[in-house]
Design a protein around this ligand. Sequence first.
Ligand SMILES: [Zn+2]
Length: 220
Amino acid sequence: MPPTATLEDIKAHQERVEKDKITPDNLPPCPRCLVESVFFKIHAYRERRFLIIIEMLIKAAYCTLVRFGCPGCGKTFTHYPDFAIPHKHYTLPSIMGFSERYADSDDRTYQQSVMIDGSVPGYPQADATLSPSTVHRWITTVGQLHRTCRTALSLVLEENPATSICRDLARLLVAYRKYKTEHRRKQLLGCRQLVIIERAFLSIFKKSIFTKLATRCAFG
Ligand SMILES: [Zn+2]
């Protein structure tokens, strides 16, 4: 099965929006006037299209995202549900899952990383499939969540100082055939680090870095 959020995940978020359960308290303070996010007010509701994979077909699913506004200066901030990251239509399990498939293997190509049991998830009405270049872009995004990784790592170390995570991270390498530039090597390494930190975070705190912590770190 390809990694993906489910229709149920998206419906559950929609229900929380409709029952006014979405709160701004995990958003970072306003960067302009430093007002704490608990004081943010609902600014707007926006419908967003997400892409989920159902039986190897890429399908659109819609739900509402809440935007909050800073009462001090009017700057607005989007609240993201756990399955979403900013500016991406595919859901977090797909983004992380396919990125990890590529980054964690020494020889898998981008083309091979989109294949599940010999086929590639496709769009129902178009003669198109999940593109290998999409996975390339996802790695660019998840490989640059440095602040999120640092914050999560320090929480893990605080909670369990005896953990071997720093050794595990120091041992990580990226196969030389996977990059042409130092910049790309760092993104691939960042992606692999995120996978390890997320795993440790999940096992200690029984919850994911996504999306409360990532939100607080402004997805940086
Ligand atoms: Zn403000």
